[in-house]
Design a protein around this ligand. Structure first.
Ligand code: HEC
Ligand code: HEC
Ligand code: HEC
Ligand code: HEC
Ligand code: HEC
Ligand code: HEC
Length: 424
């Protein structure tokens, strides 16, 4: 009987250890989809999908994707994966919803992304569409810059705590059961009841007799802690995707996209100096004296410019007090880091897209790149310097080519990794 109990105990212990490991692993890794995957998907969405889809309810070429997870065939992620990969094939396979949405949209075929996007990329973009950014994920910021609300999804620490608490209760209950069973068998065999030495001493005893188990469990816990800690620390102060609402709902897709206004028209500093700059009201009024808006929403937003400028659109005169528009700043490097737009835009001939994403598709502007030191350095290591017409570096370039004429010259070769270039 005693043996049976010990056996039972051992298999139970093994079973719970197994379940515990499974749960931990699944919450750590399988925890569908990670914030990083969604962020990655967001970039793909802006690059590949936003020309035809909004994340709201308005139709562009394709339907607005708000709540799309609820209307496609469940499970939504699987259906959307197949659809995005190759919607033609899915329709041909006779999928009812695929054929319905095609007919509903006037038989306009969506792009096939098989070959263009990898399976992982498709998964990420689907994850993004199913978990679109919420405006209120991001809290309004003070003058010290953007702050991001702690993201519960990113740190499922409380799930682990809950599991540990439940396991603890199970251990205590099992221990009591075991003690009463032992008491019964001992009584049957005429032995004295086992003495109760208390949970703490019992645990110490267990540790003494199970040293290897104890060490393995501890190593596991330490590794978990380090992984969480590492991920958490890397996320501090990184505000990719920061997307505050603005006092006027200024849309880059309407201006730079549909109306093709050059970025430099409004951000003229980007070619000439350190700061790209936000256009003043005068710049807006160059056009908006005449353009009052073609839809009711546009009219309301544009009226806010008139209010700020003190402009009377009926009589076409400035006859009221004016006040500046308080745009919420999105990008904000710390003061100890030096970044200069003209070095990159004019000398480096880099497109704004490299660092700001495709602004021509943004309804609300947002931070596209992480703006970490690693991000600057990675690009300096990987980007080949454009030499044509780049007088500033001609000498350095020549001497580098003399050493090895077959090499490609990256910004790192030009001193782009020197601390002093970016730090005062
Ligand atoms: C060239 C325009 C175009 C592009 C680019 C495009 N789509 Fe579509 N999409 C459509 C159209 C049009 C439909 C409606 C179905 C049809 O007519 O085939 C659609 C339908 C969908 C649907 C189903 C919508 C619903 O209401 O059920 C999803 C989901 C979707 N697209 C996701 C994406 C994703 C993700 C991307 C980017 C990887 C993308 N689309 C890129 C045009 C496009
Ligand atoms: C008609 C004027 C106009 C044009 C054209 C324009 N922008 Fe802007 N941009 C603004 C205004 C106004 C803001 C501030 C409000 C906002 O953030 O949406 C802004 C904000 C931004 C920001 C965020 C600034 C911050 O606070 O950190 C970036 C980045 C940006 N624009 C990039 C671009 C790029 C790239 C293009 C070209 C594809 C472009 N803009 C075209 C007017 C313009
Ligand atoms: C080069 C001309 C030009 C300049 C400069 C310009 N706009 Fe516009 N704006 C337009 C056009 C064109 C439209 C589209 C009007 C329509 O379709 O009804 C528009 C529409 C808008 C709208 C309504 C659509 C939306 O974006 O929500 C707002 C608000 C707006 N502009 C604000 C501004 C502000 C603020 C500035 C200055 C930072 C500015 N515009 C500078 C040309 C311009
Ligand atoms: C090499 C990367 C890179 C490129 C290319 C780039 N930017 Fe920027 N941009 C940044 C960084 C980094 C910041 C944050 C600067 C800061 O906070 O001091 C920024 C900030 C901005 C801002 C807001 C703050 C400011 O400086 O006024 C605007 C507007 C802007 N960029 C527009 C543009 C436009 C328009 C282009 C293309 C002509 C462009 N950027 C190209 C990296 C880049
Ligand atoms: C998309 C790629 C890219 C990113 C991101 C980028 N840079 Fe650069 N950077 C370049 C290139 C290319 C040059 C070289 C331009 C040239 O041809 O002279 C350069 C040049 C510079 C220089 C001048 C170096 C010299 O030798 O004088 C500084 C300083 C600099 N970058 C700072 C930064 C900082 C700070 C960041 C991050 C906030 C950053 N860069 C992000 C591509 C990038
Ligand atoms: C290409 C530009 C660039 C170069 C080169 C560079 N840094 Fe940085 N560094 C940055 C930027 C941008 C930040 C701000 C990043 C942020 O706020 O996350 C930063 C942040 C830092 C920080 C503060 C970290 C923090 O989290 O607050 C330290 C320390 C630092 N850098 C040291 C160095 C040292 C030492 C070197 C030389 C080996 C160096 N950097 C070279 C761009 C650069």
């Amino acid at each position: 009987m005693n043996k049976l109990i010990t056996k039972l105990q051992k298999s139970l212990a093994a079973f719970f250890a197994f379940v515990f490991t499974l749960i931990t692993i699944s919450t750590t890794y399988a925890q569908a989809p990670t914030a990083a995957a969604i962020a990655e998907g967001g970039k793909i969405f802006h690059a590949k999908c936003a020309t035809c889809h909004s994340l709201g309810t308005n139709k562009i070429t394709g339907p607005g994707l708000q709540g799309v997870g609820d209307r496609v065939t469940a499970p939504a992620a699987d259906w959307m994966f197949k659809w995005v990969k190759n919607n033609n094939a899915l329709r041909k396979s006779g999928d009812a919803y695929a054929n319905k949405v095609y007919a509903d949209n006037g038989n306009v075929a969506m792009t096939v992304f098989e070959g263009d996007l990898t399976d992982d990329q498709v998964k990420n973009v689907v994850a993004f569409v199913l978990n679109p950014p919420k405006e209120d994920d991001v809290v309004a910021k003070g003058p010290e810059g953007p702050t991001k609300k702690a993201d519960n999804d990113e740190h499922p620490g409380w799930i682990l705590l809950l599991i540990i608490a439940v396991l603890f209760i199970i251990v205590v209950v099992l221990r009591t059961v075991r003690r009463s069973l032992l008491a019964v068998t001992n009584q049957k065999q005429g032995l004295p009841a086992p003495e109760d030495i208390g949970l703490w001493k019992d645990t110490l005893k267990w540790i003494k007799t199970h040293k290897t188990h104890f060490v393995v469990i501890n190593i596991f816990l330490v590794v978990c802690f380090l992984v969480y800690g590492w991920q958490y620390l890397w996320g501090i102060d990184v505000t990719t995707g920061y997307k505050p609402s603005q006092p006027i709902n200024f849309r880059h897709d309407v201006h730079a996209g549909q109306n093709g206004i050059a970025c430099i028209y409004c951000h003229s500093g980007a070619e000439k100096g350190k700061v790209a700059g936000i256009p003043t009201l005068n710049v807006c009024m160059n056009c908006h004296k005449g353009i009052q808006g073609s839809t009711p929403e546009y009219k309301t937003e544009i009226a806010k410019i008139y209010d700020a400028a003190g402009w009377d659109p009926q009589n076409m005169v400035y006859n009221k007090p004016s006040h500046p528009i308080k745009w919420n700043r999105i990008h904000n490097l710390p003061d100890f880091a030096y970044f200069n737009h003209s070095q990159h835009v004019t000398v480096g001939k880099l497109d704004c897209k490299n660092c700001h994403g495709d602004c021509t598709t943004y309804t609300t502007n947002e931070q596209f790149a992480p703006l970490t030191m690693g991000w600057c350095i990675d690009c300096h290591r990987g980007t080949q310097v454009q030499m044509a017409g780049n007088g500033y570096y001609a000498k350095l370039h020549e001497s580098l080519m003399k050493q090895d004429s077959s090499r490609t010259i990256t910004e790192a070769d030009m001193g782009g990794l020197e601390c002093g270039k970016c730090h005062y």
